[in-house]
Ligand binder design. Structure first.
Ligand SMILES: Cc1cc2nc3c(=O)[nH]c(=O)nc-3n(C[C@H](O)[C@H](O)[C@H](O)COP(=O)(O)OP(=O)(O)OC[C@H]3O[C@@H](n4cnc5c(N)ncnc54)[C@H](O)[C@@H]3O)c2cc1C
Length: 301
C-alpha cells in the first residue's frame, strides 16, 4: 500500500511529491507528460527558474525527487480510480495497479483557443495567454489581442501595461459596448470586429493577420483569451464537488469534498494559473496529506 498516489507531474504534483518524500511518506506519481505549457519554449516568473524550458523544469524537479527513495514515478496516464469500502483507493494506469491511502489530483487544465485558422502554429511561440508570463518578451512591440469573450476589454487594457501599440481583434464577435469602443478609440487602440481569415508568419513567429474583409495588419505577437477546461475527468468521476470557477472545492490544504481525495494546482481554479502558485499549492496539499496520515497513524498506535 502506498501512502499517496499523485496524478499529474506538473509543478503542483512535483512539489507535493517533494514534501511527501521529505516527510518519509511513500509516493507513486503518475504523469503522462502533457502539461498545459507544453507548447511554450521558455517559462518565466518563477524565481531562480526564470527562462527555463518546461522540459528543463521537469528534469530539475525529477533530480530533486531522486534524493528521496520513497518516491516512485511512472510516465503513464491514470485511467481509473476507485474508492474501496475500507477507504483506500485502487488506481489503474496502463496495466499498473496501485492501492493508496490518499489520492492527490494535480492534473491541470487545457486551453480551448479562439476559433482562428492556424492559431496553434503561433500559440506558445508568439501568441500567449498570460502577459505576466510572456509580456516582458513582447514589451513595446506592435501587439494583437485576440479575444472573443467578455474579458476582451479588461484584458486589452491590461496588455497596454507592456505595449501602447495594441490592436484588439474580436474575430467576428461583438463583445464591446459603445462606451468601451469609444474609450479604446480615444487612446488609439484599434478594435477590429471582422473575422480573422489567417495568421501569417514563420517558425511560430507571427507577422500578419488577415481579416475576412481583405484587411491585413502587421503585428509582432500578442495575447489571446482562451477558455480553460479540466485536463482530466478523474475528479468528476470520484464525485468531487465543483466550485463556481470551474475547478474544485478544497479546504486550505487541498482536501476535496470526497474524504481522502485532494486536489491541487491549476485544476482547482482557486488561484491564478502560474507555475509558482501551482507549486506552492502542491506544497500546501502535501502538508495537508502528511498531517492527515500522521493523525491516522497516531490514533491507530
Ligand atoms: C502557452 C503557455 C505558457 C505559459 N507560460 C508560463 C510561464 O512562463 N510562467 C508561469 O508561471 N506559468 C506559465 N503558464 C501557466 C503554467 O503552465 C500553469 O500554471 C502550470 O503548468 C500549472 O501547473 P499544474 O501542475 O497545476 O498543471 P500542469 O503543469 O498542466 O501539469 C498537469 C500534469 O498532469 C498530467 N495529467 C493530466 N491528467 C493525467 C492523467 N489522467 N494521468 C496522468 N497524468 C495526467 C498532465 O500530463 C500534466 O503533465 C503557461 C501556460 C501556457 C498555456
Amino acid at each position: 500500500m502506498i501512502d499517496t498516489v499523485i496524478i499529474g507531474g506538473g509543478p503542483a504534483g512535483l512539489s507535493a511529491a517533494l514534501v511527501l518524500g521529505r516527510a518519509k511518506r511513500s509516493v507513486y506519481l503518475f504523469d503522462d507528460a502533457n502539461p498545459r505549457n507544453q507548447v511554450t519554449q521558455h517559462s518565466h516568473g518563477y524565481l531562480t527558474q526564470d527562462g527555463v524550458t518546461p522540459t528543463q523544469f521537469r528534469q530539475k524537479a525529477l533530480a530533486d525527487l531522486r534524493k528521496y527513495p520513497s518516491i516512485k514515478w511512472g510516465q503513464q496516464r491514470v485511467e481509473t480510480i476507485k474508492k474501496q469500502d475500507d477507504g483506500t483507493f485502487r488506481v489503474n494506469s496502463e496495466g499498473t495497479e496501485v492501492i493508496a491511502r490518499k489520492i492527490l489530483l494535480a492534473t491541470g487544465l487545457k486551453d480551448v483557443l479562439p476559433d482562428v485558422p492556424n492559431i496553434h502554429d503561433f500559440y506558445g511561440t508568439s501568441l500567449y495567454p498570460c502577459p505576466f508570463c510572456d509580456g516582458w518578451e513582447l514589451r513595446d512591440q506592435p501587439l494583437i489581442v485576440i479575444s472573443e469573450n467578455d474579458h476582451a476589454s479588461m484584458f486589452t487594457t491590461l496588455i497596454t501595461n507592456w505595449s501602447r501599440d495594441v490592436v484588439l481583434a474580436t474575430n467576428g464577435k461583438s463583445v464591446l459596448s459603445a462606451e468601451q469602443k469609444a474609450s479604446f478609440a480615444s487612446r488609439n487602440i484599434q478594435v477590429v470586429e471582422e473575422k480573422i481569415q489567417a495568421l501569417e508568419g514563420k517558425d511560430g513567429q507571427l507577422k500578419q493577420i488577415q481579416f475576412s474583409n481583405g484587411r491585413v495588419i502587421e503585428r509582432a505577437g500578442g495575447f489571446i483569451t482562451s477558455t480553460l477546461t479540466q485536463a482530466s475527468l478523474l475528479a468528476d468521476r470520484l464525485g468531487c464537488k465543483e466550485n463556481e470557477n470551474g475547478g474544485y472545492d478544497t479546504d486550505g490544504f487541498g482536501q476535496t469534498t470526497v474524504s481522502g481525495v485532494y486536489a491541487t494546482g491549476d485544476m482547482t481554479m482557486n488561484q491564478a494559473p502560474q507555475l509558482l502558485l501551482a507549486a506552492a499549492d502542491g506544497s500546501m496539499a502535501a502538508a495537508g496529506i502528511v498531517k492527515a496520515l500522521a493523525v491516522e497513524d497516531f490514533e491507530m498506535n
